[in-house]
Design a binder for this molecule. Structure first.
Ligand SMILES: Nc1ncnc2c1ncn2[C@@H]1O[C@H](COP(=O)(O)OP(=O)(O)OP(=O)(O)O)[C@@H](O)[C@H]1O
Length: 498
């Protein structure tokens, strides 16, 4: 029987003259290979889909910090205050009233939930730009936002975070030329900032934090993740971070046009001086970003260190606030951080300086100082000036009290603002600088004050108007304030003689 089977298997077939056993072995072999191919295909596609769900530890997005968390605007608390009477308070007397603390009446009389326009104002959407002053950059044509590629595209997929990128130390060494001194942009209280280029060509600013001892890795990551989720067009975008050993680094979008302090006080002056319009555009953007941090996210973020050097400027003269969330991230109590948390001399609200008590109204005060800085071109504290002028806020109040507000405008501004624009800006600043924190406006209100197209109408003139005032009177007002024939809508003025 066995020899019969042997004979059967050894029989030649018609397929290529192969014997039966040879043919059988080939068929079985092919079948096994086929099964293996199918199995490996199934396994690899499952692995790929698991990776896409990004469950590896470094890319996992921790729970958002309890302190900082992004919410949708429609969840925003309903108590933004309308400044319904703002336009009525523009007269000289009102400026003085704000100044000397006489009764302003309740400027937060109306409350209710955000209207769509208010949402747009705070979120910095297109339409609120339309309400503001239009300016064309003299530097570069505006980039097409639709076609702009993501700054992180082309980077290794495995290190993508939910909002940004996790960088290795090596990535950032390569990006910054091994943290070469030539790439140092500057040094602040938090650490040294380097300019760099990612391997996909994106220019970045890498902030190498000093505070690399105190913070546990997990805690640091949770906080950075929280900041990373906070987005606004007037906030410098955090692209990612690096945690390796004791290294803690933050990687930001590179903002290429200096900061407000450099534009106002010299380092960028070889490019010319900012026009009034450019200054107001930067300040309005700053106000919108602060309104977002204070009023559109829950819990709110208090910046704690608003000053002109923390307001970066892009090539279209948009403001980009940097360092938001860092005070929280690094925490109080570390020696070199404590000074940072305490803000910067000249910008700190009195109640914060005196008692360390802090809320968003401290940022409002600091914003008021920056606004004055932009109007006057003066440093908040300048010991090079006569004693009465050393402190900018005190000097300004004195000037307004003496009805000399027209004299406070930065002499470097060739095309002076109209009286109404100046008063609007001064009034807004003085309201922000109210020594009583509770009386300061919210940043949402500040945005509306700065955006208000209404010009100050003295009470008397208003009364005249109501009773059919003469044409001459209204023409005087209009000529005083109408900017439509102002040819200077450029963001900077070239230095004379350049
Ligand atoms: N994203 C960025 N793009 C371009 N330049 C930046 C960026 N972030 C910071 N800089 C610049 O780096 C320098 C140092 O900034 P940093 O914020 O660390 O210090 P500072 O503003 O001088 O002081 P502080 O730490 O008190 O805020 C500044 O000149 C700042 O304009």
């Amino acid at each position: 029987m066995a020899s019969g089977l042997n004979q059967g298997l050894s029989r030649k077939t018609s397929v290529l003259g192969l014997r039966v056993w040879e043919l059988t072995a080939i068929i079985v072999g092919l079948f096994i290979i086929l099964i293996l191919v199918v199995l490996s295909f199934c396994l690899s596609s499952r692995k790929r889909s698991r990776r896409a769900k990004s469950s590896i530890p470094f890319t996992q997005i921790p729970n958002l910090s309890r302190e900082i968390k992004e919410i949708r605007v429609d969840q925003v608390g309903a108590n933004i205050h309308h400044n319904a009477t703002f336009d009525d308070k523009f007269s000289d007397k009102e400026l003085e009233k704000v100044l000397i603390h006489s009764k302003m009446g309740d400027n937060s009389s109306q409350s209710g939930s955000f209207t769509n326009i208010e949402k747009e104002v705070i979120m910095g959407s297109q339409s609120c730009e339309q309400g503001g002053i239009r300016m064309v950059s003299v530097h570069k044509p505006s980039p097409n936002p639709v076609s702009a590629p993501s700054p992180l595209s082309g980077l290794p997929e495995f290190s993508h975070l939910g909002w940004g990128h996790w960088f290795t130390l090596r990535d950032l060494e390569v990006a910054t030329g091994w943290f070469s001194t030539e790439n140092v942009i500057g040094e602040g209280g938090y650490g040294v900032v380097y300019r760099g280029n990612l391997i996909n060509g994106t220019p970045v600013a890498v902030k190498k934090l000093l505070n690399n001892l105190g913070q546990a890795e997990k805690e640091f990551r949770v906080e950075v993740e929280a900041i990373g989720h906070v987005r606004h067009k007037n906030l410098v975008r955090l692209l990612g971070y690096c945690i390796e050993g004791t290294h803690r680094m933050l990687v930001y979008e590179y903002v290429n046009n200096g900061n407000l302090e450099q534009w106002l006080h010299g380092a960028m002056s070889h490019h010319g001086y900012l026009t009034w319009e450019a200054r107001m555009k930067v300040l309005l953007g700053t106000a919108k970003a602060l309104a977002y941090l204070h009023e559109a996210i829950e819990p709110k973020v208090v910046h704690r260190d608003i000053k002109s050097s923390n307001i970066l400027i892009d090539d279209e003269f948009n403001a980009k606030i940097s360092d938001f969330g860092l005070a929280k991230l690094l925490g109080a109590g570390k020696s070199h951080i404590t000074t940072r948390v305490m803000g910067t001399f000249g910008y700190v609200a009195p109640e914060y300086a005196n008692s360390g008590l802090l809320n968003e109204k401290s940022d409002v005060y600091s914003f008021g100082v920056v606004l004055l800085e932009a109007i006057t071109g003066r440093d908040p504290v300048d010991y090079g000036r006569p004693s009465q002028e050393v402190n900018l806020v005190d000097w300004l109040k004195m000037m307004v009290a003496n009805r000399r507000s027209e004299e406070v405008v930065d002499p470097k501004i060739d095309n002076r603002p109209s009286t109404s624009d100046l008063k609007r800006a001064l009034l807004t600043a003085l309201r922000c600088l109210d020594p009583d924190a509770d009386r300061r406006p919210k940043m949402g209100q500040v945005v509306r004050m700065l955006e208000s197209e209404e010009y100050p109408i003295p009470r008397e003139a208003r009364r005249h108007r109501k009773s059919n005032a003469t044409l001459a009177e209204s023409q005087t007002e209009t000529s005083d304030t109408d900017k439509s024939d102002n040819p200077d809508t450029r963001p900077i003025r070239r230095n004379k003689g350049r």
